[in-house]
Design a protein around this ligand. Sequence first.
Ligand code: SF4
Length: 352
Amino acid sequence: MENVANRPVEDLPFTPEVARETAPLYAKVAHVIPEIEWPVHAPYVAAINRLKRERGAVILGHNYMTPEIFNCVSDYVGDSLQLAREAARTDAKIIVQAGVHFMAETSKVLSPDKTVLIPDPLAGCSLAASITGADVRLLRQKYPGLPVVTYVNTSAEVKAESDVCCTSSNAVAVVEDIARERGADTVIMIPDEYLAQNVAKQTKIKIVAWKGRCEVHERFTAEDIRGYREANPGVVVLAHPECPPEVVAECDFAGSTSAMIGYVGKHRPGRVVLVTECSMSDNVAVEFPDVEFVRPCNLCPHMKRITLPKILHSLQTMTYEVTVDSAVAARARAAVERMLAVGKPQMLQAAE
Ligand code: SF4
């Protein structure tokens, strides 16, 4: 496989025409991207938006993309499941996934007739890499009859071995629904150990967890949260439930990236800290300039593999196409659709 990190970046000039064309976009991101950086991004933003229109493609931008990708070239933004649903809804035949590989697979699973491209095929995920389809089959042998609930941050192969998928927003509801349906008092929940522990605190259903962890969220500590509060009196702390349970216990609210954005939009806290990946605060700050974001964060090295030059290259060369075996895709789709039938997401920890 080509190592895209070593490919020379095309040098595009910042011409007066590019400056004019991209000025409205820069106005949108001016308070999160310094003016001195814009001449580097703007030529790619202009070239991507032109080529995207010519090809009839759409770009799906995850909440963890850098602000120039999230705000200036993405047609749809959101968490992985929202993006996969947009992929299925759009009339566009070409989808560029500005996110990591399992997200592109989920888009392909829900849109088997569309061409799904990922700008860097090495954009992985520590959670998705922690478990294989064979591991799930072994778990089923070890715990016969227990339903398997699988977080969406997994490969299509793992989803295909599962009874139902879940997100960080609907995990409690999904666990309780499948347990009720199967008459089980215990479920297997994979692969995120911390998400499973956070869910277990909110349900009577017993949970057998896997040892997967998000390498970004596992690094936050309860002491970090106490430090943010001490340094920023009155700050509202929102955390992703991939964080350790003792971190979630110190926070005011825990939910998926979209749930965190929803919280900020609804409550408009004066000052907030998002305990998650670094780019989230920049992207949410663009939408809510009146909210002050305290910005301690951890970078996801996989998400940061996606850059404007790689997105342009992806559109120019129609690479790297993501494929999923049709039988695997059908079974994975059934697990995702089973989750969607469970209904409205419930937040892991209500703030009020
Ligand atoms: S932030 Fe964590 S869960 Fe998301 S892609 Fe990176 S490693 Fe995976």
